[in-house]
Structure formats: structure tokens, C-alpha cells
Design a protein around this ligand. Structure first.
Ligand code: AMP
Length: 425
């Protein structure tokens, strides 16, 4: 009996060559270029971390920590979690590697896989990729505006339209103390009607109730007081400066007093980037997290960052029919008209590759006719044919696959004939 084939786990994706991985590479290259322009440097942290990192930083009352983490015991019994987000690991790396001794701000970015056990559907996966930036070490509204500007520039450079930037302020611990009490007195009379999660959040983190996805809870909280209307004067000034900076940068935004981000560590600025139109989705979000370093036992390090979901960025680009340039084909295919020419083909192939051309040959003993067909499939611009006569006379046959023109040339003239293409790539 035939063995059953093995399928990929639910909520994961294969990113295949031939049009798809090339789009990812284009998006990643665009990101790297823009991040470098803003003077952010790349950081790569482990795919898995100690579970406690997320419990302490992201917060036990969040969906991520409560329901979505891929957590397991390793062989020595330690609790390990596949990273569900990038900020906590970056902050850990910042503290562990004493990056605080560098001049501030420390401006970092990452591109990488994240893992969340969520209900998989289009645009929601269990393994997905985020581009994120973290600017660590300064409390400045300029920094918050810069971070938002990077996200917007990446999305606009990629060609995305219909973006909406929602911003809010979540205040600081000082304004939150008073606000939490206000919120609790609003919720308390109806607490029995909230979902079990919210009941638990009521004492631990009532702000989180505003971010519940449950329709009943949303309805019950629809008239709840908003923290934006209860900011202390410093937080109010900070939010005003942010808006001013965004105006200067010509970034349109919507002040959304109901925006509460799903993670515990945010303070002050919170923002979300939505794409509207037939594909409507949140594609990124972020905010300021001034207290996180201390939650990990470090010195205070006020910080701001965001993450964009790259699968959603690609889905949004597709829905808006944005063409992503996908490089196709190879420069040279080395064909042999005679079995004896194979060694020469291997040599020639190594030579053209070394000169910087994309080049390939046949590895499956095809006839010359089949090699020409194969070269066509590979979208080769030139085919170089080596046969017995060519071997003897130090000649090559070069066929231009676009025009069909075929020439016999001296071997040492090859680069001259195919040369023009190198710089065009
Ligand atoms: P978050 O870290 O939850 O603020 O998410 C930031 C962005 O990551 C979101 O706006 C999405 O674009 C993306 N994202 C979050 N969760 C998922 C997921 N399960 N699948 C795909 N993208 C996701």
C-alpha cells in the first residue's frame, strides 16, 4: 500500500520559487534599504526563548501568552516558547549584551518568523513573518514619529494604497492608576455579563478589557471612558508633539481613542496601520513601551517600535494588483553537442558564473534538442553550444534566444558577445 504523504502543519506556508519567493525577496530588500536609510541596524535573535520572557513582558492576561504560544519542555525539562513576537526578545538581547552602553537611541530592526497558535485563515497563520523596528533608550515624540514614518515609507514604496494610520495614547503609569479606577467603576455593574477572560482581567489588567474580541464585551464597553481623555499633562504634551511631527512629515492619521494594543508593555503612543478597500486588515502596529526594560530587571530604557505582518502586506499588494518585479531566467545555458564536450562545459560554466552571470547546464543527459528546450524553459538569454568541432578549433556557438541569431565565435570573445547583459541585472 502506498504510504500516505505528509502535509505541512495547519497555518504554515511553503514559499516557493518561480514568482513567490522572489516577491518576498523584493519586499525584504525594500525593507532593508529603508531601514538602513533611517540608520537602523539588523538584529537576529533566537527563534525560541525561555517561556518566562513572554510571560513577564507580553503579559499573562494577553491572548498571546494565555492561548497562543507554542510552548514545550525541552529534553532537560526547561519551558521553551517559539517566539510569538519580536519586541521581548530584542529587549532581552539589548539587556543581555549590554547594548545600553552604546550611544542612545539604539535603533534595531528584524525580519523573521513568529509563531502563534491562532485559528488559521487567510491572512492569519500559525507561523508568519514580521518586519519590526525597535528604537531603544530615548523618550522623544520625534522617535515615535520616525518609527511610524518607517512603516509608512516601506508600505508606500512597495506600492500600497488606502492606508490608514490610527494613533492613540495609552498614558503613563501615573495617569493609568486613576484611569483604571474610572474604568473599573464603569465596568463593575455589568461585570457578570463579561466573558470569563475579561472577568479575570478586571483585577489584573482592566485596560485589556477594551481590547477583547468578544462581541458581547465590545458592546458592553462601547461607552467606556477612554484613557486619551484622562491623560496627565506630560502625556498630553507628548501626544501633541507626536501629532505635530506626523503633520510635518505629511503623514495622515486618525486619532482613535478606542485603540488599545494587545500587549501589556505599551505606554504612551499606540498605533495601528490598516489597509482599506476590498482587502481590509490590520497590517501592522506598535507603540511605546517605556517600562519593559525594568520588567526584565534592567535600568529604565524608554523605547518605541512596531511590527508589520509580511504575509498581510503581500496579500494587500495582491488585492491592489500591485506588480512586484520578479527577476526571471538565467543569462547563459551551456549546452553540449557531444558527450566529449562535458568537461569543457563544466569549465566554461564555472568561468561564466565566476564572471557574475547566472548560468546553468544540463545534468540529465538530454539530447542537444532537449537541452535547447530546457534552456528555453529556464528562460536563458544565451545558449552556448560546445561540440566536437568547437573543441578542436577553440570556438563556441552562441545563440541569442531572444532574436534566434546564432554565431560561431572565438572562445575568448564570449564575454564580449554576452557582455551587455551583466550590468543590466
Ligand atoms: P502584533 O504583533 O499582534 O501587533 O501584530 C502585528 C502585525 O503582525 C499584525 O498587524 C499582522 O499584520 C501581523 N500578524 C499578527 N498575527 C498574525 C498571524 N497570526 N498571521 C499573520 N500575520 C499576523
Amino acid at each position: 500500500m502506498a504510504k500516505e504523504t505528509i502535509k505541512k502543519p495547519r497555518g504554515t506556508n511553503d514559499i516557493l520559487p518561480g514568482g513567490e519567493v522572489e516577491k518576498w525577496q523584493y519586499v525584504e530588500n525594500t525593507i532593508r534599504k529603508i531601514a538602513a536609510n533611517y540608520a537602523y541596524r539588523e538584529i537576529r535573535t533566537p527563534i525560541f526563548e525561555h517561556t518566562e520572557l513572554f510571560e513577564r513582558g507580553v503579559g499573562e492576561t494577553t491572548d498571546i501568552v494565555g492561548k497562543e504560544m507554542y510552548t514545550f519542555k525541552d529534553r532537560s525539562g526547561r519551558s521553551i516558547t517559539l517566539r510569538p513576537e519580536g519586541t521581548a526578545p530584542v529587549m532581552r538581547a539589548y539587556l543581555e549584551n549590554s547594548l545600553f552602553s552604546l550611544s542612545k537611541p539604539i535603533k534595531l530592526y528584524y525580519i523573521g518568523q513568529m509563531f502563534r497558535y491562532e485559528r488559521a485563515q487567510s491572512g492569519r497563520y500559525r507561523q508568519f513573518n514580521q518586519f519590526g523596528v525597535e528604537a531603544i533608550g530615548v523618550h522623544s515624540a520625534d522617535m515615535d514619529a520616525e518609527v511610524i514614518a518607517i512603516a509608512v515609507e516601506v508600505l508606500e514604496k512597495l506600492g500600497l494604497k488606502n492606508l490608514e494610520i490610527h494613533i492613540n495614547s495609552l498614558g503613563c503609569p501615573k495617569c493609568r492608576v486613576e484611569f483604571k479606577e474610572k474604568l473599573k467603576s464603569y465596568i463593575k455593574p455589568n461585570l457578570d455579563d463579561y466573558c470569563p477572560d475579561c472577568k479575570e482581567r478586571f483585577d489584573k489588567n482592566p485596560l485589556r478589557i477594551m481590547d477583547c474580541k468578544n462581541d458581547k464585551c465590545k458592546e458592553l464597553s462601547s461607552d467606556a471612558p477612554a484613557i486619551l481623555e484622562h491623560l496627565c499633562s506630560e502625556c498630553e504634551d507628548f501626544f501633541d508633539q507626536l501629532k505635530q511631527n506626523l503633520d510635518v512629515l505629511n503623514i495622515n492619521y486618525i486619532v482613535d481613542k478606542n485603540l488599545v494594543r494587545g500587549l501589556d508593555y505599551y505606554t504612551h503612543t499606540a498605533f495601528e496601520i490598516m489597509v482599506c478597500g476590498n482587502f481590509k486588515s490590520a497590517i501592522g502596529g506598535g507603540g511605546r513601551y517605556n517600562g519593559l526594560a525594568e520588567m526584565y530587571g534592567g535600568e529604565p530604557a524608554p523605547s518605541v517600535g512596531f511590527a508589520l505582518g509580511l504575509e498581510r502586506v503581500l496579500l494587500a499588494l495582491e488585492s491592489q494588483n500591485v506588480e512586484i518585479p520578479v527577476p526571471e531566467g538565467i543569462d547563459v545555458f551551456v549546452a553540449t553537442a557531444d558527450l566529449g564536450a562535458n568537461v569543457e562545459a563544466v569549465k566554461l560554466l564555472a568561468y561564466v558564473r565566476q564572471k557574475g552571470y547566472k548560468a546553468d547546464k544540463d545534468y540529465a543527459n538530454r539530447s542537444l534538442k532537449a537541452q535547447m528546450k530546457y534552456a528555453n524553459k529556464l528562460k536563458a538569454r544565451y545558449v552556448v553550444i560546445i561540440g566536437e568541432d568547437e573543441l578542436k578549433n577553440n570556438k563556441l556557438i552562441v545563440k541569442n534566444m531572444q532574436t534566434g541569431e546564432q554565431l560561431e565565435i572565438d572562445k575568448n570573445k564570449l564575454l564580449e558577445v554576452i557582455g551587455g547583459k551583466l550590468n543590466e541585472r
